[in-house]
Design a protein around this ligand. Sequence first.
Ligand code: TXA
Ligand code: MG
Length: 343
Amino acid sequence: MKIDGTTPNAIALAAARLADGDLVAFPTETVYGLGARADDDAAVAKIFAAKGRPIDHPLIVHVADARAATAFVSDLPPAALALMAACWPGPVTLVLPRRAGMANAAAGGHATIALRCPAHPIAEALLKQAHALGVLGVAAPSANRFGRVSPTLAAHVVEEFGDAVWVMDGGACDVGIESAIVDCSRGQPVLLRPGALTAQALSEAAGVTIASPAENATMVDPLKPRVSGSLASHYAPRARVRLMQSKLLQEAVAVMASGGPLVQATTDAPKLAVYSRAAMTVPRGMVHRCMPGEAREAAQELFAVLRELDATGTPLIWVEQPPDDAAWDGVRDRLQRAAHVGP
Ligand code: TXA
Ligand code: MG
């Protein structure tokens, strides 16, 4: 059920639902989350069931502020404190040593816990009110079924779960891709998942050195919890996604166009959808969307565009490789996972 999330009444109702151990989907600045109180394992179990998510994949716990975060951790290393001071509220999640016995289900039984303080007026008000009702934090993965495209509109959440889930509508998410995840639980901070802010921007803002994803590949202990956002295949539409360099993409489209109509006779659905930065001659029947020139804007619309193209019924979505520079790390990462075939 979708409700206007901007009214004080809606916030009070949603906070009461969370306090009662019920699920509430709510907007954050990154994507919509599917929330349950993190200090109640039975409530958190409802998230895993609704998403179809393996129970050892830990969730992010959302807190009203840095002080609320302390209830969940056994230690706050100086680098984490600096990142909190510089980046919270904001699209940055910190992995920290977990306080024994706290949020077992949300942490998937792991010894660490991922914490984030979102910068969105509805999320902030909800977390504050829920805290006043005794809710220490709200576990909330992206509000989509496991492995699928994350939601950036309330309507996407309804697409995923139907009317079974209570969704606070706060319009389109501003950032559009999930938070950056920085592991602060073992010495030098390591970027586990790129977000809208680059490792360098985070390092500079907080005055700490954060190892980049490339360095991280050699540093990460394979026995540590796996980030589901780090599975090779994730964020995947139904259609087959392929990433191609601009020139190859243009040539492939020309080949497709020369092979007859680009509409499937049996279904009327297009045979091909293309999302490219370069303008191109669009053969009749092919669906085309232009990727914005700025990484920020591309991130903002990415998941909505993938959902839209998927909804045309096309079996193929061809996407032009984003630029190589760091500003595009988050978008490139999500596209690579959407395009990956296999586990
Ligand atoms: O922007 C976001 O972070 C969104 C919004 C709703 O806040 N949330 C989100 O949650 O992306 P989810 O569950 O889709 O992704 C959470 C990621 C997963 O990849 C999970 O494995 C990782 O955080 N994670 C959670 N706890 C962890 C831990 N203790 N160590 C390492 N990774 C962890
Ligand atoms: Mg997710």
